[in-house]
Design a protein around this ligand. Structure first.
Ligand SMILES: [Zn+2]
Length: 145
């Protein structure tokens, strides 16, 4: 009698221990804590170093930044100090800019009125009409006036 009940007790303890083990490991193996893909909305996201990757549409994004607003809606073009620029703003140059392929230099401090933002030209993103002509300049060299 005694050996038999001891065996059952042992089996019960073993079973409970196993369940606890599985429960403890659960959160580590599930992907439910990863965000869904901001591009296609699928939830097959997996981490790869600093990035999260969606196998469904191959979108990659940073695990640390929330779905960035660069991907959704128009890009915000900012001046050298991070102030958002808008069409029609006036800006000042914060450094001399040499115009490629010419000897023209647009001087630091030059004021440009009525800029136009350009979204499809890389980092040359501000269309400026100056006394010396029309140029597309980098917003990082401009300061909102
Ligand atoms: Zn996706």
């Amino acid at each position: 009698m005694a050996p038999d009940s001891a065996l059952r007790l042992c089996a019960n303890v073993h079973a409970v221990g196993l369940q606890l083990l599985v429960f403890d490991k659960g959160p580590l193996v599930t992907d439910s804590t990863l965000p869904v893909c901001p591009q296609c909305g699928m939830d097959h996201t997996y981490p790869d170093g600093e990035l999260l990757i969606c196998p469904d549409c191959a979108h990659e994004w940073s695990a640390h930044a929330p779905a960035s607003d660069e991907d959704s809606g128009p890009r915000i073009i900012k001046d050298a100090h991070g102030t958002p620029l808008a069409d029609g703003d006036s800006v000042l140059l914060i450094k001399d800019l040499k115009v490629k392929g010419s000897s023209t230099v647009i001087k630091k401090g030059s004021k440009v009125k009525g800029i136009r933002l350009v979204y499809d030209n890389g980092d040359h993103d501000v269309d400026c009409k100056t006394d010396q002509g029309q140029f597309i300049l980098k917003s990082e060299f401009l300061k909102k006036a």
